[in-house]
Design a protein around this ligand. Structure first.
Ligand SMILES: [Zn+2]
Ligand SMILES: [Zn+2]
Length: 342
């Protein structure tokens, strides 16, 4: 069978690899039909993932946003051959501190498919059945959206977003748009901020208010004007850009929550008084747990048509290196690139 193998830094090649062995009890072999590409794939490809995040593991088959069909199952499995599934990408150790308190998504010994172990950019993948979530949607492309949506699900949980609250999302890429849909699903009003008009148009189409990113001052002013309580209850950064993060902390109302979803190794300048005077919660988000992944499956099933708009480009598995390069070098035109294996 063929796979897109990342053999070294910035070197991906489509080549033959051995087929997986038969699944044992608790295991499944799936056939990935669609794999979404995101920023963390670029980081891995460019060798910029920190060692903690599994950055040094070449050769590796990437792909952690996977929609697949069940190919064969181990003894006693409840899954059926041919069933459409989304793959939960993470395994946790179960005994470290975060695992013991039910936060396996930040397990200190975590393992991610596509990073620490081989992922979806291949014709077949052997995986633990616990990571396989059946989904009722029309195509594996929609199933591949569950993983990015699950990050948004984690964020709205962390933010404790409630009915009628005002939420600002900074950044209108796929995660920002997923945050919009997940926050709306909890009954929130959502304002989306981004410098790119095309992205704001998509957010508008999904029912958001929008404000173009100009300067931090202007955006903070617009967000405060839009919120009846002098600022949004929740601001979520999906950019990892310093000015946006600072604006998010600045705009939230007293007793509000600021949620950091965008990843970055950069430092930021924060006025400490913003934390104490307003007593805001600053909450980080990383991946999600299995409960939230299940909720993301449900959200994608109920919003399949709306979320389908996030897929901007599709490539065949044989063109995987081209797809990755295209996504990396055309950030303004690309929403979500999906690699398909028909
Ligand atoms: Zn991703
Ligand atoms: Zn652990």
């Amino acid at each position: 069978m063929i796979a897109a193998v990342t053999e070294a830094v910035e070197s991906m090649r489509v080549r033959d690899v051995p087929e997986p062995r038969d699944p044992a009890e608790g295991e499944v072999v799936v056939r990935p039909g669609a794999v979404g590409i995101c920023g963390s794939d670029f980081h891995f490809f460019e060798g910029r993932l920190s060692e903690h995040a599994g950055g040094s593991g070449f050769p590796r088959i990437q792909g952690h946003e996977v929609g697949a069909t069940v190919e064969s199952v181990g003894p006693g499995s409840v899954l059926k051959t041919g069933q459409l599934v989304a793959l939960f990408p993470l395994t946790a150790c179960g005994h470290c501190y975060p695992c013991r308190i039910g936060r396996m998504n930040v397990c200190v010994n975590f393992s991610l498919i596509g990073v620490h172990e081989d992922g979806g950019l291949q014709e077949q993948l052997l995986i633990r059945e616990a990571q396989v979530f059946p989904i009722d949607v029309a195509s594996p492309v929609l199933a591949a959206l569950v993983e990015p949506v699950s990050i948004a699900m984690r964020a709205v949980h962390r933010a404790r977003i409630g009915e009628g609250e005002h939420v600002v999302v900074l950044g209108a890429g796929p995660i920002g748009q997923a945050l919009l849909v997940a926050a709306q699903d909890r009954g929130a009003e959502v304002l989306v901020v981004d410098p790119l008009t095309d992205r704001l148009e998509i957010a508008k189409g999904l029912g958001a208010e929008t404000v173009p990113w100009t300067t931090a001052e202007e955006v903070v002013g617009a967000a405060r004007e839009w919120s009846p309580d002098g600022g949004p209850q929740v601001a979520i950064d999906a950019t990892g850009v310093q000015a946006a993060v600072e604006a998010a902390v600045d705009m939230v109302c007293s007793a509000g929550r600021m949620v950091q979803v965008g990843m970055s190794g950069d430092s930021i300048d924060l006025r400490l008084g913003s934390l104490t005077e307003k007593e805001i919660d600053v909450l980080g988000v990383a991946c999600c747990g299995t409960g939230e992944f299940g909720e993301a499956v449900d959200l994608v099933e109920r919003n399949a048509d709306r979320l389908a708009r996030l897929v901007s480009h599709e490539f065949d598995l044989s063109e995987a290196p081209k797809a990755l390069e295209f996504a990396m070098h055309n950030p303004r035109d690309v929403m979500k690139v999906v690699i398909r294996n028909p």
